[in-house]
Write a protein that binds this ligand. Sequence first.
Ligand code: HEM
Length: 293
Amino acid sequence: MNMPFGLTIFFGSLTLWSGLLIWGLTNKKFTPFIVFGIAFLLFMNVRYLIEGAPAAIAFFIGIYDVLDNIGLQSGQTAAALATCPDNACTVWGSTYELHPSWGTAFHDRFLNGTEFRTNLLYAHLTFNSIVFVLMHIQLWRPGTATNATLHAYLGRVSFACLTIGTVCAIWLAASHGSVDEYGGNLSMYGFWSMSFFVYGCAVMGVLAIRRGDVTSHRIWMIRFAGSMWGAFWIFRVILFVMGPILRDYPSANILLCIWVSAPLGILIAEVVRRKILDPQSNGANQRGDLAYD
Ligand code: HEM
């Protein structure tokens, strides 16, 4: 079995990244893990703009093929697995003939869908990727006296990008009612709820700073960052890990990710803030340093 070169890089990076998480949890230092997560996200998303959606989706599905097929005997299948024409929905060639059924539907939607739908996807992932990078810059360089103007400017740019990225996501999800492999209307409402969690945190953060409440602004923007990590990384990690466990239940895995990832991200961000960031920034304030430095 020859693993495609891109997937070798992907799984190697995933292993390294897991190591950075373990190191971070042990030492309570997460900067290497976060920086790697940003670079890794760009590696995953920029390929859509270089290769086009169908090829990038085939790479994406190739990741899930590995675990979703684990333990299956030849000729055996499962309710949440499907085939696709000419096996074109994966980068694995003929190695895996069965794929997660959300994946075959995803590939088909952008191989045979309208140009407008594909452009919505490009706009969605481009603007959300920009926000993902900018929000870390904002958290690392909060709007303290020396940095106030740049922070406010980047904040406005981020919010505008987030608005475009979220509108595109809501629009894409509006057509999911007829996609049974995603879970139909449950997928549509789930993605809308995800948009609500992500955008809602950002709006709360903006409203807080508009009334001059810096403390609430910081809290809501950390929650917002958690929701973005949830919507992107936690979503994809759950989808990967739960694939073989839920493959007998149609749409269960994708629906779980759609409904749970953003609120789970907010919850984790809240715990990280209370247990790690607040004690660190209290210590920094007492020493007269900048928070998050
Ligand atoms: C506001 C929360 C989010 C919602 C509601 C959302 C929704 C969606 C929807 C509906 C699709 C298309 C599925 C289809 O129509 O077949 C999609 C795909 C995608 N989204 Fe999002 N998304 C969100 C957050 C994010 C974030 C934060 C990023 C990146 C920073 C991102 C990047 C992508 C990518 C790259 C794809 C293509 C699938 C993949 O390769 O992973 N999304 N999203």
